[in-house]
Design a protein around this ligand. Structure first.
Ligand code: NI
Length: 166
């Protein structure tokens, strides 16, 4: 197992589009292990492969208090979302120490593959729903701060640049 380096906003590599995963082999298993280990170590409740500069459609999530309910979603697609929306205060391992409100559909149904390549469907609401949507955004090159105003984005960018230039 190895810990992977997490890219920080506004790193341009966070805006790459992830390709779908076709081969479910040992390389993928190792990537899933390293990605989840990196998430647990950070610690965070979710991490997308994009955030460790691997541009493949893979996300890992664990919203449990006990940190032992790992969810691996490969090639995830939202196949249904509720009309009803909710706001949550979101954070991101790629935007350390910054939290802000984002409004998203409250409930979703997602279809994905597991590490063996088997398809499954999952209904999610609350934190799990937010997490899945947030991580899936990473796969299309979108960081949650992009939902915020231009002014807020500019402030975050300058804060992050200062933080990482020293
Ligand atoms: Ni994130």
């Amino acid at each position: 197992m190895a810990l992977l380096e997490i890219l920080c906003y506004p790193d341009p590599r966070l805006h790459k589009i992830a390709r779908s995963i076709e081969v479910f082999d040992d390389r993928l298993k190792e990537l899933v292990e390293n990605l989840s280990q990196t998430m647990y170590e950070a610690p965070g409740v979710g991490l997308a492969a994009t955030q460790v500069d691997v541009h493949e459609q893979l996300i890992v999530i664990d919203t449990s208090d006990t940190r032992d309910e790992l969810l691996v979603l490969i090639n995830p697609k939202i196949i249904w979302q509720s009309e009803e929306k909710k706001s949550w205060r979101e954070g991101c391992l790629s935007v350390p120490d910054y939290f802000d409100e984002v409004t998203r559909p409250d409930k979703i149904v997602v279809k994905a593959q597991n590490v063996q390549g088997e398809f499954f469907e999952l209904e999610a609401e609350g934190l799990m729903s937010v997490c899945i949507q947030h991580e899936m955004d990473h796969l299309i090159g979108k960081v949650f701060v992009e939902y915020l105003s231009a002014l807020k984005k500019a402030r975050i960018k300058s804060k992050m640049k200062k933080r990482f230039s020293s």
